[in-house]
Design a protein around this ligand. Structure first.
Ligand code: HEC
Ligand code: HEC
Length: 318
C-alpha cells in the first residue's frame, strides 16, 4: 500500500526508530497500514502522528543529519526572499541573521518557529527595529518534515546566529514538525501566536531602571580622559578625530530606547577603536556610568554590573 500524506501531499520519507531500522513511509505509514481512510482521516492522522512523533523524537535527535538538507532547502526555498546572506531586503524581507536566534529565545519561540515555517506569517511585525508588513508563504504543503526541521537548524546555525543560541539548544527534529502539523493555522493566526511570544517577553526584558553610583561615574571619567577624550572631546560632543557625539539627541536616539546592555556591548565591541574590548569589563561598566551621568541619568546606591545578562533587564528609557 502506498501511503499518501494527507497534509503535505508528499510521502513522508523514512524515519529512524529506536531499533535503528529505517521504516519506509515513516510513522504515518505504519499506523495507516491496514486501515481504511475515514472522512476526517487528516485529523486522526495528525493526532496519531503527534503521539508517534514523541516516541521517535529521542532516536531522531541523535541521528538526524540536517546540515546538507538544510543548506539545500534554504538555497532553493528561502534565499530568494531572505537572501543568501540572511540579511533580507530592507523594507520587504526581514533579516534572519541576528534575528532567528532571538525569536527562538522568546517564551514559546521554539513552538512558534515550527508554526511559522508550516503555516506562514501575515501581518505587521517589527524586526530589528524596522516595520515589515508582508506575507511569508506557508511551506507545510511543499516541504517535508525533514526539510523544515533541517532548514530551521540551518538558519539558526548560519551568519553568527549560532553564537546567540540559548545554552543547551537542541536542533529541531522532523518529529517536532510532524507534531506541529496537528493544529492547522492560518498565516494570520500565526501572527497572533507571534504576538503572544513578544508580549510575554516585553515584560521581563529591560523592565527596571538602570543603576550606577557616582563613584563609578567618577572612575569612568578618569578613564575617559585617558582613552576617549581625544576623539570624543572634553564636552563629549567636541572631539577632534571624528568621534561621534556622546550626549544630547544623538545619544538619546541611539541608546535611549533600549537596554543598557546595547551600549555596553557596543563599547566592548568597538571602543577604543585601536584595541576594542581590551579594557577590563569593570572599566567598560564605569565608562557607561560616566556617559549616563553626563546624559542626565541619576546615580544611586547600586553599581552598574559588568554582567550583560543583568544589564539586559535595565532600561535606558525615561
Ligand atoms: C516569498 C518570500 C519569502 C520566502 C521564500 C520565505 N520568506 Fe520568511 N518571511 C517573508 C516575509 C515577507 C516575512 C515577514 C512577514 C510579515 O511581514 O508579516 C518573513 C519572515 C520570516 C521570519 C521572521 C519571523 C518573525 O516572527 O520575525 C523567519 C524566521 C522566516 N521568514 C524564515 C523563513 C524560512 C526558513 C524560509 C524558507 C523555508 C522563508 N522564510 C522563506 C518572506 C519569505
Ligand atoms: C580614535 C578615536 C576614538 C577613540 C579613542 C574612541 N572612540 Fe568612540 N567612536 C569613535 C568613532 C569614529 C565613532 C563612530 C563610529 C562608530 O560608531 O563605530 C565612535 C563611536 C562611539 C560610541 C557610539 C556613539 C553613537 O551613539 O553612535 C560610543 C558610545 C563611544 N564611541 C565610546 C567611546 C569610549 C567610551 C571610548 C574610550 C574608551 C572611545 N569611544 C574611544 C572614535 C573613537
Amino acid at each position: 500500500m502506498t501511503f499518501y500524506n494527507v497534509k503535505s501531499g508528499h510521502s513522508v520519507s523514512g524515519i529512524t526508530i529506536s531499533s535503528g531500522k529505517r521504516v519506509p513511509g515513516g510513522p504515518r505509514r505504519l499506523m495507516m497500514m491496514g486501515c481504511r481512510m475515514p472522512r476526517n482521516a487528516g485529523i486522526y492522522a495528525a493526532a496519531l502522528a503527534a503521539l508517534l512523533a514523541v516516541r521517535v523524537a529521542l532516536a531522531d535527535e541523535a541521528s538526524f543529519q540536517w546540515q546538507a538538507l538544510g543548506t539545500e532547502t534554504y538555497d532553493t526555498t528561502c534565499a530568494a526572499c531572505h537572501q543568501p546572506t540572511g540579511l533580507g531586503l530592507p523594507g520587504t524581507f526581514p533579516p534572519l541573521a541576528g534575528h532567528a536566534a532571538a525569536i527562538l529565545a522568546r517564551p514559546g519561540g521554539r513552538e512558534y518557529l515550527t508554526r511559522l515555517v508550516l503555516f506562514g506569517l501575515e501581518g505587521e511585525v517589527t524586526i530589528e527595529g524596522k516595520p515589515f508588513n508582508g506575507t511569508m508563504p506557508p511551506w507545510g504543503e511543499v516541504l517535508s518534515n525533514e526539510q523544515l526541521a533541517a532548514v530551521l537548524n540551518h538558519v539558526l546555525h548560519s551568519w553568527g546566529n549560532d553564537k546567540a543560541l540559548p545554552p543547551g539548544f537542541k536542533p529541531f527534529v522532523p518529529a517536532e514538525i510532524a507534531a506541529a502539523r496537528g493544529t492547522q493555522l492560518t498565516s494570520a493566526e500565526v501572527h497572533a501566536l507571534r504576538g503572544q511570544t513578544t508580549r510575554e517577553q516585553a515584560e521581563p526584558s529591560a523592565s527596571v531602571p538602570v543603576t550606577f553610583t557616582s563613584e563609578q561615574a567618577d572612575r569612568g571619567h578618569a578613564v575617559y580622559r585617558r582613552a576617549c577624550q581625544d576623539c570624543h572631546g572634553f564636552n563629549l560632543n567636541d572631539g577632534e578625530f571624528g568621534g561621534a557625539p556622546l550626549t544630547g539627541q544623538y545619544f538619546a536616539r541611539h541608546w535611549g530606547n533600549g537596554s543598557v546592555a546595547a551600549l555596553y556591548g557596543f563599547m566592548l565591541a568597538k571602543m577604543p577603536p585601536d584595541r576594542p574590548g581590551k579594557l577590563n569589563p569593570q572599566t567598560y561598566a564605569d565608562l557607561v556610568s560616566f556617559l549616563l551621568s553626563r546624559n542626565g541619568y541619576a546615580s544611586g546606591p547600586t553599581e552598574l554590573p559588568p554582567d550583560q545578562d543583568a544589564q539586559q533587564h535595565m532600561s535606558l528609557q525615561r
